[in-house]
Design a protein around this ligand. Structure first.
Ligand SMILES: NCCCC(=O)N[C@@H](Cc1c[nH]cn1)C(=O)O
Ligand SMILES: [Zn+2]
Ligand SMILES: [Zn+2]
Length: 478
């Protein structure tokens, strides 16, 4: 490493940290909510993408804003999809090319839902920068941009060629992104050597991490229908096969009280556990008491760190999410819902296969339903099938990320997986065939998707340094 250059870059970042926080404040102020399909938020999303494109252009990037067409909503409405930004800085064939993926849309946020401040006004309290999108994902996207700007401001050549793919529909399922990645496979992505994503969190409050795997997800609906209108339970109760009773039995057949999934065959393809793998969980620093207390959960299903980590990362889990058509308001209405839709999903792990899982679940539910001799109609659908992802931690960029973490934080990173799903990760691996690494910047208690989301100033600024050090390490190792 050239320590003098790195020292200068770190100094620049420290000196300009208030400017970096100010830019984050300006970006958080844009209400780029992609989840609520209303024109006002779409306009905000377009504004967000324009602001980001202008920022990249000012850094000297060649920027293309790709028109993504429009989104058809189930109610017949059509809304425009914000453009995806493809940006390129440098094309020196002697250097490696690193592509950064991020998103600038956010989850919905309303002060009335329990925020201590206006979610769209970045507010600093005790070194914590509160605001919607602060950690997911505006802060990390800006950290990467800040790192580039430090080299630019110091009139230093970028150590690697850098590309950006930045979208505005991630929280709504990355609408139309897969088609774009497919289309750009042999153009924008052809010169890319490595892909970096920073869209998840550490497993600790202070110890950095590198993520090398995520679970997938199969999302199911199971509809049970008698008729398309509700019944009075005084008039019909006792003579009907009630849809809700069928549905509760179906949902109750999926998982037992110890979290074991009851769908036959579901564990057949789960990768066998080796001694070597168990040791990787032992090496991770996780204070279970702190984790439990900060989650405000009295007791988890498992008592040891290793079991908890394995059941979050390397075993499937089944969660029941909700029932459409259920009477869920307060009060004591004597209704029999005529038609209900249960929703549940299974987090998938290597080497489970989405279409095999779809068949296993459908067969199981049909079996349980047929034993009830119900006259109702049942329809099972898998509405989403996202594959699990796992990377080779010996790839060059894992080594570069480790070295950069040592330089900035003076510690070894936790090598972690993530129990949630980042669909783009698998898409990049399968379509673009490039090595992908997740380098999270945020702490475990950042509260992504929750009220009072935040990023610590320390994480944001040290994260900016981490990316700068990563560029130099990549240049050395490529
Ligand atoms: N820490 C990153 C979390 C990203 C995230 O929340 N992804 C969603 C994606 C998804 C899966 N099924 C439907 N959407 C998640 O729930 O994992
Ligand atoms: Zn995100
Ligand atoms: Zn998110």
């Amino acid at each position: 490493l050239p320590p003098a250059l790195l020292e200068k870059v770190f100094q620049y970042i420290d000196l300009h940290q208030d400017e970096f926080v100010q830019t984050l404040k300006e970006w958080v102020a844009i209400e780029s909510d992609s989840v609520q399909p209303v024109p006002r938020f779409r306009q905000e999303l377009f504004r967000m993408m324009t602001v980001a494109a202008d920022t990249l252009q000012r850094l000297g990037a060649h920027v293309t804003s790709v028109d993504m067409g429009s989104q058809q909503l189930p109610d017949g409405q059509s809304l425009p999809i914000p453009p995806v930004i493809l940006a390129e800085l440098g094309n020196d064939p002697t250097k490696g090319t690193v592509c950064f993926y991020g998103h600038l849309d956010v989850q919905p946020a309303d002060q009335g839902d329990g925020w201590l401040m206006d979610p769209y006004v970045l507010t600093e309290v005790d070194g914590k920068l509160y605001g919607r999108g602060a950690t997911d994902n505006k802060g990390p996207v800006l950290a990467w941009i800040n790192a580039v700007s430090a080299f630019r401001a110091l009139e230093q050549d970028l150590p690697v060629n850098i590309k950006f793919i930045i979208e505005g529909m991630e929280e709504a399922g990355s609408v139309a992104l897969e088609e774009l990645v497919e289309k750009e496979k042999n153009r924008f992505f052809s010169g890319v050597d490595y892909i970096v994503i920073s869209d998840n969190l550490w497993i600790s409050q202070r110890k950095p991490a590198i993520t090398y795997g995520t679970r997938g997800n199969s999302y199911f609906t199971v509809e049970v229908k008698c008729r398309d209108q509700d019944f009075h339970s005084g008039t019909f109760g006792g003579i009907l096969h009630e849809p809700m009773a069928d549905l509760v039995a179906l949902l109750g057949s999926l998982v037992d009280s110890s979290g074991h999934i009851l769908v036959p065959g579901i564990y057949d393809e789960v990768a066998p556990l080796t001694e070597e793998e168990i040791n990787t969980y032992k090496a991770i620093h996780l204070d279970l008491e702190e984790y439990r207390n900060s989650s405000r959960v009295e007791k988890f299903l498992f008592d040891t760190k290793e079991e908890i980590l394995m059941h979050l990362w390397r075993y499937p889990s089944l969660s029941i999410h909700g029932i459409e058509g259920a009477f869920d308001e307060p009060g004591a209405k004597t209704v029999i819902p005529g038609q209900v839709i249960g929703k549940f999903s299974i987090r998938l792990v290597p080497h489970m296969n989405v279409s095999v899982v779809e068949k296993q679940v459908t067969r199981h539910l049909e079996d349980v339903f047929s034993k009830r001799n119900s006259s109702n109609k049942m329809v099972v659908s898998m509405t989403l099938g996202l594959h699990p992802w796992i990377a080779n931690i010996n790839d060059t960029q894992y080594l570069a990320a480790k070295r950069a973490i040592r330089t900035v934080f003076g510690t070894e990173p936790d090598m972690i997986r993530d129990g949630s799903t980042i669909p783009i990760t698998k898409m990049f691996q399968e379509i673009v065939h490039k090595s992908v690494v997740l380098i999270p910047l945020g702490a475990v208690d950042d509260g992504e998707h929750s009220q009072n989301e935040k990023i610590n100033r320390w994480n944001y600024i040290e994260g900016t340094k981490l990316f700068a050090a990563f560029f130099l390490e990549m240049a050395q190792l490529h």
